[in-house]
Design a protein around this ligand. Structure first.
Ligand code: ZN
Length: 271
């Protein structure tokens, strides 16, 4: 009886795995080139870039021999996509929410993209908005201000606006003490005129959304204590107050266990 049940279980597992077909992109030149060679549609390539750019910098990190496995793509949206470089593996799995929206989540049930705070400091007022021209109080000339200035008390805490990695942490001329945080391949946030940096904050270190990274000051070209904050997307400065910021999604708790067991089953079969 027990043997029979095991057999049944194995058959079920086997058949459900067989329900997935898969295609691989083996990187020899570039994602676009190798995807085309493997018969992967440009739409899926676009989707791969959109999802994985939070973990992979496509212009720098991709190496010959890296592999993307696209699972369960019978013309429809993939069931799962796995990136494997030998050293690093990033895997996402599709989940359709109650509104019928399909999205890709890591095995922990969270999207790869993080949430962003709108304002990285508790401020008194916004002293300068994002604008094409403003009269600079020190330089006495009209210049674009592609940032937001938050007037805040000296020593106020400055928070990382999203999970990221410290890219720069140093005195940079007019910006004074400045921190650059990198969030995925496309976003950078900049915090300037800081009084000082949080202890232990080093280039290359990971930070969490809401983590204190420094204190408001007036270093560099500044007339009073404030935080100069920039949001850059693909190298271009965007208005942090109006830009449509990513917001992390999660698989709802009641579905998480089922989602994770399916994800584990896929991982067992596609390495
Ligand atoms: Zn400013």
């Amino acid at each position: 009886m027990r043997k029979y049940l095991l057999f049944l279980l194995a058959t079920l597992l086997f058949s459900s795995v067989n329900a997935f077909d898969s295609k691989s992109i083996n990187i020899t030149r570039s994602l676009a080139y190798d995807a085309k060679k493997s018969g992967i549609s440009p739409q899926i390539v676009k989707e791969i870039v959109r999802i994985f750019s939070w973990k992979i910098d496509f212009s720098r990190d991709l190496r010959r021999g890296d592999r993307f496995i696209i699972i369960g793509n019978k013309g429809a949206a993939p069931k799962a996509i796995i990136y494997n470089s030998g050293k690093k593996r990033v895997a996402v799995f599709s989940y359709v929410d109650k509104f019928g929206r399909l999205n890709y989540y890591a095995i922990n049930g969270k999207t790869l993209y993080p949430s962003f705070l709108r304002n990285p400091v508790k401020y008194r007022r916004i002293s300068s908005k994002f604008q094409r021209k403003r009269f600079h109080p020190i330089l006495k000339t009209w210049l674009p201000h592609r940032a937001v200035d938050y007037a805040a008390n000296k020593g106020s805490k400055v928070y990382a606006s999203a999970d990221g990695v410290v890219e720069k942490r140093k005195y940079i001329g007019a910006l004074g003490n400045a921190i650059y945080l990198k969030h995925g391949a496309n976003y950078v946030s900049v915090y300037a005129h800081l009084l000082r940096f949080a202890r232990g904050l080093r280039v290359g270190k990971k930070v969490k959304k809401g983590q204190v990274i420094g204190l408001v000051g007036s270093t560099g070209r500044s007339t009073g204590s404030h935080l100069h904050y920039e949001l850059r997307y693909k190298g271009k400065r965007k208005n942090p107050l109006t830009w449509h910021l990513p917001k992390q999604k999660r698989v709802p708790a009641p579905d998480l266990r089922r989602f994770q067991s399916q994800a584990r089953e896929i991982l067992r079969n596609f390495r």
